[in-house]
Write a protein that binds this ligand. Sequence first.
Ligand code: ZN
Length: 98
Amino acid sequence: MTKQTGSFFKNAPLVCPNCGDEYLRYQGVEVYCRDKEGGDLGSMTRVSGGGTSITRGMEGNPSKRGDGVVITFACETCDYKSKMVIAQEGGQAFFSME
Ligand SMILES: [Zn+2]
């Protein structure tokens, strides 16, 4: 595997996974923090235009055993709701735009 160093995606516009348009509107963020790796309990903090909430569930966590972050966007062209996902799996952190 080739190692990459330096800044990535710096000032690069996000692209809608459905239509390819660059006009995405931020909707909110969910942050999942497990009490312990692989545990069923933890804190999920959701921040959106509707306010902030904190719950104890891990439902929706993109990581099977670790922590995760989901940032939701709405496409201004096709209304598709996309998600920027960061999932901690063991010692690695994975990024995806879904
Ligand atoms: Zn779109």
